[in-house]
Design a binder for this molecule. Structure first.
Ligand code: PBG
Length: 331
């Protein structure tokens, strides 16, 4: 065994070409999924104050963003709706409307930019007046009744042209129910990206501002989203989703949960994604704006760390900026 001074690990770090040669993981534009917030408001673009640089977009602006994604080489978008209060009710009925905001946006994007992948969230929170991901009755979130609606919703979204449905609700049994409904509905090629390990996290705050559920949410989501202290449970959750027919797994939030990404990738060898959520985005943006951090540098570093942990890709609001930074690096 060779030790110092025969072995000097600094030798491979000495110059840029040496570092490039021995770099173990690499971030590429292929790893990026760009989350977009679509809104049914009359404004075509509307800033989200807690997420500087992120805007709520009209359908027409979403189509433009899809074109931008294609031009930058970003493989896929993830759509999240901000629904006006007038379309919300206790049961989230609007989630099943085939002429609703999300199906309309999917069709508009597919009509003009057909070769960018479209991922859609499957959950009721944008549509319920209580802001929960499932049905609420006497203070309790109903599991099985919610799953039935989510399965129907997934088929409707696939009918509209969604390529990947991403159940983000954390109800038990939803992946299996969605898979059966998709099969019955003739959607054998629709992928399921399950939010396999989704934690009850404080890092979703700015997202709830963005989709307009921050003030309406009654109580919290701890009876269905996971406890931040649990690791074994993440493996059990993911194991069930794999058995029930998920094609891809997701861990959410991202950076504080790198160990979970690693665990899932090692245990299942499935395509595994991370969601660098709204709060993670906001922190980097805020520190960057104050000059406390070099924003571009930490953005790239944070994304590279997801790759090192084992993620195959990352949902990140930084996607277009990262794509541009990577293109500039390669020039
Ligand atoms: C809920 C959902 C959440 C996010 C996406 N879908 C969080 C939540 O309200 O529980 C969070 C995304 C982010 O913070 O960027 N179905």
């Amino acid at each position: 065994m060779s030790i110092y001074p025969q072995l000097r690990l600094r030798r491979t770090r000495k110059t840029q070409w040496r570092r490039r040669l021995v770099r173990e993981t690499r971030l590429s534009v292929d790893d990026l999924i760009w989350p977009l917030i679509i809104s049914d408001s009359t404004k075509s673009r509307e800033a989200v104050p807690s997420m500087p640089g992120v805007e709520r977009l009209s359908i027409a602006q979403c189509v433009k963003a899809a074109q931008k994604a294609k031009d930058l080489g970003i493989p896929a978008l993830a759509l999240f709706p901000n629904i006006s209060d007038k379309f919300k009710d206790a049961a989230g009925a609007e989630a099943l409307n085939p002429d609703g905001l999300v199906p309309q946006a999917i069709k508009a994007i597919k009509a003009s930019v057909p070769d960018v992948g479209i991922i859609v969230d499957v959950a009721l929170d944008p549509y319920t007046n209580h802001g929960h991901d499932g049905l609420l009755k006497d203070g309790e979130i109903l599991n099985d009744a919610s799953v039935e609606i989510l399965a129907e919703c997934a088929v409707m979204l696939a009918d509209a042209g969604a390529d990947i449905v991403a159940p983000s609700d954390m109800m038990d049994g939803r992946v299996g129910a969605i898979r059966s409904s998709l099969e019955e509905g003739g959607h054998k090629d629709t992928l399921i990206l399950s939010y396999a390990a989704k934690y009850a996290s404080g890092f979703y705050g700015p997202y709830r501002d963005a989709i307009g559920t921050a003030t309406s949410l009654s109580g919290d989501k701890r009876s269905y989203q996971m406890d931040p202290g649990n690791r074994d449970e993440a493996l059990r959750e993911a194991g069930l989703d794999v058995e029930e027919g998920a094609d891809m797994l997701m861990v959410k939030p991202g950076l504080p949960y790198l160990d979970i990404i690693r665990d899932l990738k090692q245990a299942f060898q499935m395509p595994t994604f991370a969601f660098q959520v709204s709060g993670e985005y906001a922190m980097i943006k805020a520190a960057g704006a104050n000059g406390w951090l070099d924003e571009d540098r930490v953005k790239l570093e944070s994304l590279q760390c997801f790759k090192r942990a084992g993620a195959d890709g990352v949902l990140t609001y930084f996607a277009p900026e990262i794509a541009q930074l990577l293109a500039a690096q390669n020039r």
